[in-house]
Structures are given as C-alpha cells and as structure tokens.
Design a binder for this molecule. Sequence first.
Ligand SMILES: C[S@@+](CC[C@H](N)C(=O)[O-])C[C@H]1O[C@@H](n2cnc3c(N)ncnc32)[C@H](O)[C@@H]1O
Length: 236
Amino acid sequence: MREHPFSLGPRLRQCAAFVRPGSRMADIGTDHGYLPVWLTRRGVCPHAIGMDINAGPLARARETADTYRAADLVELRLSDGLAALKRDEVDDIVIAGMGGELIAAILGQTPWVQEETLRFILQPMSHPEKLRAFLYENGFALLREETVLDGGRLYTVMLAAFTGHVLSPSLEECYLGQLGESTSPHTPAYLTRQAALLTKRKAGLSPEESERIDHVIQTLREKAAVLELQQKEASL
Ligand SMILES: C[S@@+](CC[C@H](N)C(=O)[O-])C[C@H]1O[C@@H](n2cnc3c(N)ncnc32)[C@H](O)[C@@H]1O
C-alpha cells in the first residue's frame, strides 16, 4: 500500500487541471483509474466515480485505488458511457482517451448532460473536429482548449459546458475550436500537424471538397504562425 499518489503524465494532468476543485467528478472509460485516484488523493475532489464498459479495466482501477489508499474515495462502476451515473451524483465529467466520435455518442445518449452547471473535460484521441461539431450543434460551448505533448504525441484537451446556444459551425471552426486562445507552447505544432493530416485526407476528394479543405488547411497554418509569433514575442 502506498501513501502518496503517483504523478500523472501531461495528457491526464491537463484533464485534471480542468476539473474544478471541490467538484464531484466522474471518469468515463477510467481504465487504470489513475485520474479519480489522483484527484481524490490530492484532495482536489472529495469523491470520484470511475466507470468503464469492461470488467478488466475496472479491476485495474480497483488495484490502483487499493494501492494508493483511495478505495473509500473512489467508487467504481461497470457502465456503458454515462448509463450507470445519475445527474445529481456529479459536477465534472471526464471522457478521455477515446475517439472523438465515441465521446460525442456517449454525450448524445444522455439527455441530462444538457445542464449548465455541469462541466465536461473531453480528450479525443482522433477526430476532434467531429466532437467539436457535435458540441456546437447540440448547444455546448467550448470554454477552453489546451494542447499537450505526451510520449512524443500531441493531444488536445477540451473544457465544455452546455449553454443551449445551438450553432452551425463552419469547417474551420470545427478544426480550430478554442485553440486560437490556447496558451500552450505545443499548440502551433498541434495545428500544423492537423493541417498535415488534412492534406493527406484530401486524396480522392472532389475538387469542391478539396477546395474547402484547402481553406481549412490555410486557416490552421495561419493560426499556428500567429500563435508562434505571439509566443516568441511574449518570451522576449
Ligand atoms: C484508452 S482507455 C483510456 C483510459 C483513460 N481514460 C485515459 O485517458 O488514459 C479507453 C477506456 O475506455 C473504455 N471504454 C470504451 N468504450 C466505453 C464506453 N462506451 N463506456 C465506458 N467506457 C468505455 C475502455 O474499456 C478503456 O478502458
């Protein structure tokens, strides 16, 4: 049994940084259970719920909770998405380490997420643009977004809340999200990488679609250059 919680890697640390101190948090797709154990043992959250669709990951989370003396602080549940969670049990919901489409599907399956006091910390491993499109089109706002470099890979972490304002975002807005406001030193590289991915995806598109994608690529590259310049000036 260990007294002190381990340190989190940059990706999960950014997720933790968006969780409000004192909030009751739930970690959907908790796997190893690092996030709820870390947040409760550090005293950021008084209580946390870790949920996973598979029994194997939940057993790993139980081991982490036992090892770090968090068994009384972290409740573990078998659950498909948010199915085993009730609205009045939680304030901040983390869904990290899954594809953007799966995260959107999990939110879309649960009507009670449309509540303004809840916060969502979302970390898509792929298709962040599809997750942003879902959020904007379903009345959620992106409050903040930050990028991290973890194990040589770039990730984005989003903080979202329901506002009820339904938008019809442009493709540029779906690819950029709130990253234009990001303060992370990794954001220019992240945007440049997204532009490179889009360049690859262009193959096989119609000329009209290809032109739309070219505009997005240009927007991402321009924003990366602006942020890089701002960061250089700030460091002088
Ligand atoms: C790659 S792990 C991510 C673990 C952790 N959240 C992180 O970011 O490091 C994805 C986890 O999500 C779980 N998962 C996949 N689909 C799920 C769903 N619909 N509901 C709950 N958990 C799910 C998997 O069993 C797996 O443990």
